[in-house]
Every structure is written in C-alpha cells, then in structure tokens.
Design a protein around this ligand. Structure first.
Ligand code: B16
Ligand code: MG
Length: 217
C-alpha cells in the first residue's frame, strides 16, 4: 500500500482568504452593500460562481447573467492584483517542513483546490514544481463537499483513496475528504472542523511523528 498526501491551497498552504475577502468586499461595496468577516467564513472552499451567488443573496440583489459574469471577472481581476504581489514569504508557517519531509521520504503529494487560480498561485510562491499532481477548479465539475477533486488527485498520484491524507481548512473540504474515504486533517478551529479525523490550529502544531504514524497505518 502506497500512501499519499493531498493539500488544499487557500487556507492551508497560503492565506489567500484575506485577498478573496478584500476583492469580494469591494464588489459588494460597489454594488451598494457590505458583508461581515463572519459571513466571509462561508465562502471558504466555495467556488467563484457559488461565492457570488451567496454574496448577492446577502445583499438581496439579483443580476442579469451578463452582469453576473462581468462582476465575477472584475472580482477576479481585483483578486489577481493581490496574487501578483505574492512570493514565498506567503507560505504559511510549518508547511515547508512537512513538504520537505514528504519529499525526503518519497511520499507523493498533490494539490486539491477549488481555485481556478491555483496553478498561478503555486508559481508565485515557487512550489509549482514540487507537487506530483495538481487538481484545481479547472479540472472538476462537482464542487466540494463532493469528493471529485480529491479522487482525481488520488488517481493522478496512482494511489488508492483510502491511503490518502487530506489537509483542509474548510468544512466543505473536510466533508469532501470524508466522502472520498480519505483521512481528513482539519487546519483551523475545531468548532468549525469537528467532522475531521484530526484538527490542528495550524501546521506549526503538527509534529513529524504524527505524519509518520498516519502514513504508516
Ligand atoms: P478562484 P481552496 C477556494 O480555494 C477558496 O477557498 C474559495 O474562497 C474560492 O472562492 C475558491 O477557491 C475559488 O477560487 O476564484 O480563484 O477560482 O480553498 O479550495 O484552495
Ligand atoms: Mg481552503
């Protein structure tokens, strides 16, 4: 049995959630309303289209299809303005240590993200070539909590789903990993990610021995 690891991107490897928030907030403000940081939590792991639908519901707004698509494109342009400025310093604390450990031990690892910008972000932070497989929002038809993104990653890594360990910061992502029969590790608050097999506040709390044990089983 060959074990492998799958990482979510936003909220796990980098904190792009803060940039998504700024860009969505600007969109809402330009349309004449606002939403809170708490509401923004509900956008984590959610696709671009579904995010805009939620936000418009919060603002009690409806847009024509054309305007909806225009707003989505504007949001993404704005978001990419932040992404352009990203570099290796944006890699969250503790992540590099785990990636190095996996590489040294020849344990394959993939990216499993809902973002259509995932490849661009990995290039910005100089991790693009480190992943054995990259599955992102351009590869899937069903959004998390559907396990599709992680199942495709397992196939591309050549491992069985039940031998995969998934790191996720969003509840929808934890549910996707569980639905795919994978081991789920929540990164964030246990009150949000209680459905995960294990939860840590961040990667600095994870000992290499913990990963070792997980991958041995
Ligand atoms: P984009 P993940 C998700 O990435 C984000 O958590 C979510 O907030 C975002 O709306 C989604 O990607 C789509 O991103 O607009 O770049 O295609 O957490 O699955 O890595
Ligand atoms: Mg995420």
């Amino acid at each position: 049995t060959k074990a492998a690891v799958i990482f979510d991107l936003d909220g796990v490897i980098v904190d792009t959630a803060k940039f998504h928030f700024q860009a969505w907030k600007k969109l809402a403000n330009d349309l004449g309303f606002d939403f809170t940081k708490e509401q923004n939590e509900q956008l984590k792991g959610v696709s671009r289209v579904e995010s805009l639908k939620k936000i418009l519901r919060w603002g009690n707004m409806e847009l024509s299809e054309e305007e909806f698509n225009r707003q989505m494109a504007l949001k993404n342009e704005n978001y990419l303005g932040y992404v352009e400025k990203m570099d290796e310093s944006e890699i969250l604390p503790g992540v590099r240590k785990i990636l190095d450990y996996l590489k040294q031990n020849n344990i394959p690892f993939a990216l499993g993200s809902a973002s259509k910008n995932a490849r661009r972000i990995l290039k910005q932070i100089n991790l693009y070539d480190d992943f054995d497989a990259i599955v992102d929002g351009t590869d899937v038809s069903k959004a998390k909590p559907d396990p599709e993104v992680f199942l495709i990653a397992a196939v591309r890594l050549g491992v069985q789903a039940h031998n995969c360990v998934v790191f996720e910061d969003a509840l929808a992502g934890v549910q996707a990993a569980n639905a795919g029969n994978m081991t789920s590790i929540g990164i964030g608050s246990a009150s949000v990610l209680g459905e995960a097999d294990h939860v840590f506040n961040d990667f600095t709390e994870i000992e290499l021995e913990f990963i070792e044990n997980l991958l041995r089983n």
